[in-house]
Design a protein around this ligand. Structure first.
Ligand SMILES: [Fe+2]
Ligand SMILES: [Fe+2]
Length: 305
């Protein structure tokens, strides 16, 4: 078969809802696009462990500390699973971690921001894991089959993270004035970043990953799903949502945010790996990677050498 014939067969297979395995023939752009996408997901899991690690000492009880520790451990485990899937597409794990710690690849915007107090643990666990779960649940139908298999396990664990975050939030919401302030303060600082998390409106014409069904939903649909699911809950707890403020569209029943109300400017620096905490967190991750090199070497050196 010529390249064009192979490409046509591949496109037909995807259009008919077919899946792709690592060893199947795939166009270079598909391989590169999927690799970059899963690599960024893996990077985000491992970088997402850092803000929560920073908030760990402010856990109010040993039980809370232990459950947050378990969650952080899960996130690092997600990164391991995802790096393995990405590796099969042709980039060694060492190269991916090296690119990450040296600022040459990307991770999700929300992990470029500082944490201040225990209210951040509630918000991250409930709303950021909630946002991630909306995205990841849609990816379980992705055309790249190895990704969908690890997402099954990841999503199951994310459900637990969500409940963990919701539980802390409910405790703060029904607590003292200061406890309520902690969640409100976190919400005020994080809301715009959560709206950014889904990205600007998708362009299905240009987005190859959407056309090849690696991604199954547009950014705006995922953001809408998140808003419809979480805005009523946040308001029910008596918290105030800062700008960009969603409003209920009575006709459709959806909680909407107007495109022109979203300030995309803060995302620009983050896209260049120049967010408020990017340099510090990457340096921290690099220091750990360098410190632990001897463990990796010991594990990969032939026995007896
Ligand atoms: Fe995760
Ligand atoms: Fe999570």
């Amino acid at each position: 078969m010529t390249y064009d014939e192979k490409l046509q067969a591949f496109n037909d297979h995807i259009a008919a809802g077919g899946k792709v395995e690592a060893e199947d023939w795939m166009p270079d752009d598909y391989r590169k696009g999927v690799l970059k996408f899963i690599e960024m997901h893996a990077n985000s899991e491992i970088m997402g462990a850092l803000p929560e690690r920073e908030v760990l000492p402010s856990a109010p009880t040993l039980k809370r500390k232990m459950s947050l520790c378990a969650k952080i451990q899960d996130e690092v485990g997600h990164a391991q699973l995802l790096y393995r899937v990405a590796e099969d597409l042709g980039k060694p794990r060492d190269a991916m971690v090296s690119d990450l710690v040296n600022g040459r690849s990307k991770f999700h915007n929300v992990f470029h921001y500082p944490v201040r107090h225990w209210g951040d643990a509630a918000l991250i666990g409930w709303l950021i894991d909630g946002a991630a779960l909306v995205t990841q649940a849609s990816l379980r139908d992705s055309s790249y089959a190895p990704y969908t298999r690890v997402l099954k396990r990841i999503c199951a664990e994310e459900q637990l993270h969500l409940r963990h975050g919701e539980d802390i939030t409910l405790e703060l919401a029904s607590g003292s004035e200061h406890q309520r302030w902690m969640f409100q303060d976190a919400l005020d600082r994080w809301w715009l970043a959560i709206i950014h998390f889904f990205g600007p409106r998708s362009n299905p014409e240009k987005d190859l990953l959407l056309r090849w069904k690696v991604k199954t939903e547009t950014n705006e649909n995922l953001r809408q799903e998140f808003l419809d699911r979480y805005v009523p809950k946040i308001l029910e707890l008596g918290f105030t949502i800062p700008a960009p403020v969603p409003y209920l569209d009575e006709a459709s029943g959806h909680w909407l945010i107007n495109d022109e109300d979203i300030d995309w400017e803060p995302l620009e620096g983050i896209k260049r790996n120049d967010g408020p905490e990017t340099a510090r967190r990457l340096a921290q991750r690099k220091a750990m990677y360098d410190d632990h090199r001897w463990v990796r070497d010991a594990m990969t050196e032939p026995v007896g050498v």
